[in-house]
Design a binder for this molecule. Structure first.
Ligand SMILES: NC(=O)c1ccc[n+]([C@@H]2O[C@H](COP(=O)([O-])OP(=O)(O)OC[C@H]3O[C@@H](n4cnc5c(N)ncnc54)[C@H](O)[C@@H]3O)[C@@H](O)[C@H]2O)c1
Length: 462
């Protein structure tokens, strides 16, 4: 059942609440809706998807130098919203004005949260990416700015839709940030400038590694109806396991490193040739491979090699490198930040051959991406990261599709592809069916390279 806020009580309250009192009552544990006074330039923000990253993004938003304030929250899981509410209200009471009647639960909750905003305000879209185009479309219609988490699509049709929506947002002058925060890292930005100026020659190879244990929800056990009575919510809770929800572990985890290499190359690849497989899967029922290896090709013929793995007791590495005709560069060393970016003469990371080393300590790029977005809003500067975010998401899909199908996949083939994993994602309801149905043994269709042409999986006919 969808939750309906007590709109009447909100309206009554707004009549009497003043800016002076709004938010202060957080200290006494009562959360009062925020009301704009005339001339007040505070940017109100709504959070849609109150999980780990949504809560983190809201916290980053509350750290910008301009006045910002969280006024509404939406989720499909009440316990996630409440945990986020408690964490954020305690950490940032001065920027928190979410009240009982601005907390919304359900698949239409995003509409109610966005309806609390006015032009110039921001909605944070931090659900699994399946819902991105649906919620972005509504935000554009309502004329509000957007911060959306990566990836921003899970398949070619949703990627094409995001590219179109990005243009629509631009035409309306909306500011849109995409959570590929490494693009806002100042040290990586300096590295990009140095590479473009030829410090390491022409880029001929990129290498990226996201080799880690089974993190997030990429390995999932069969649903236990006693603890997970709702199939759809079970799939959303375990979104890394379901291609319709997240694009799988491949899209969710590898996109940052893929985007870093494409940034440094200043281009996106036109082709992917990949392998991958499931080794020790036990009774896990997710749709992921546990290891992937992709050779991407750029239009000038240069290559980018990506390795992704989720497996226990194996070599861990989370890093990106580019090699040029005169030297090599570290783009990221171990995770998202600090990047510890460096350039070297020659192809080895030889400490005696360092050309340049990024200044330390590096500011947190999760804070920088917010400061940059809010600066653009307050200064009225164009700001739209959708095309770049959609391209990064799509070339990620291209690599995954190649591994899952066992075929060489070109970007043109991808862009013409019709496999939409969850075409009815905008119509899901709490009591309705999930986009993917398990078979009698609780298993879901998995990718079978060489079996289904360019289709990553096929749902058996009932
Ligand atoms: N930029 C980064 O470094 C980074 C890091 C982590 C996650 N992310 C991205 O953030 C997104 C969320 O990841 P997370 O780790 O926070 O997941 P999470 O499961 O912790 O949070 C997702 C939340 O969205 C809610 N939700 C799902 N469907 C919804 C819907 N239709 N409407 C409203 N709420 C809905 C879930 O109930 C959950 O509370 C993903 O796209 C992920 O890739 C980005």
């Amino acid at each position: 059942m969808e939750n309906t806020p007590a709109n009447s009580s909100r309206r009554d309250f707004i009549k009497t609440a003043t800016q002076a009192t709004a938010g202060l009552s957080v200290l006494s544990g009562i959360h009062i809706p925020y009301v704009h006074a005339q001339g007040d330039d505070t940017i109100s923000v709504a959070l849609v998807g109150c999980g780990g990253r949504g809560t983190g993004a809201a916290s980053n938003m509350m750290g910008v130098k301009q006045r910002t304030r969280l006024v509404a929250m939406a989720d499909v899981q009440e316990n996630r919203l409440e945990a986020s509410f408690n964490g954020l209200s305690g950490k940032h009471p001065d920027r928190f004005s979410v009240s009982a009647d601005t907390k919304f639960i359900g698949f239409d909750a995003y509409k109610k949260a966005i309806d609390m905003l006015k032009p110039n305000d921001i909605v944070i879209l931090a659900t699994p990416p399946a819902f991105r185009w649906v919620q972005f479309q509504y935000a554009i219609d309502k004329g509000v700015n957007v911060f959306m988490e990566k990836p921003i699509c899970v398949d070619a049709p949703s990627g094409r839709r995001m590219l179109e929506l990005g243009k629509k947002a631009e035409a309306k002058g909306l500011k849109v940030g995409v959570g590929l925060m490494c693009r806002h890292c100042r040290v990586r930005g300096e590295l990009f400038d140095r590479i473009q100026q030829g410090e390491i020659g022409d880029i001929i190879l990129g290498r990226a590694y996201r080799l880690q244990g089974p993190v997030g929800t990429c390995f999932t056990k069969p649903r236990d109806v006693a603890t997970d009575p709702n199939e759809l919510i079970y799939q959303i809770k375990n979104f890394h396991s379901f291609l319709w929800a997240s694009g799988g572990a491949f899209s969710d985890f590898n996109i940052h490193n893929i985007d870093e290499i494409c940034w440094m190359k200043n281009d996106f690849p036109i082709e992917a040739k990949a392998t991958g497989g499931r080794t020790e899967r036990g009774d896990y029922v997710d749709q992921n491979f546990d290891h992937y290896s992709v050779e991407y090709t750029f239009r000038d013929g240069s290559k980018f090699w990506l390795e992704g793995r989720n497996a226990m007791k194996t070599h861990n590495e989370f890093a990106s490198y580019v090699h040029g005709s005169k030297g090599m560069a570290v783009v990221s060393t171990a995770g998202h930040f600090p990047s510890k970016a460096m350039t070297f003469k020659g192809q080895n990371k030889n400490p005696k051959e360092i050309i340049w080393r990024g200044k330390q300590p590096e500011p947190n790029p999760y804070d920088l991406e917010w400061q940059d977005l809010v600066d653009a809003i307050t200064n009225g500067k164009p700001y739209n990261e959708v095309e770049r975010g959609a391209m990064a998401s799509l070339v990620t899909v291209m690599g995954r599709m190649s591994a899952h199908t066992g075929q060489l996949v070109t970007f043109d083939q991808l862009m013409a592809h019709d496999h939409e994993f969850a075409p009815n994602v905008d119509k899901l309801t709490m009591d309705g069916a999930a986009p993917l149905i398990a078979d009698a043994s609780g298993k879901y269709p998995i990718p079978l390279p060489g079996v289904n042409g360019l289709y990553e999986y096929v749902v058996p006919k009932a």
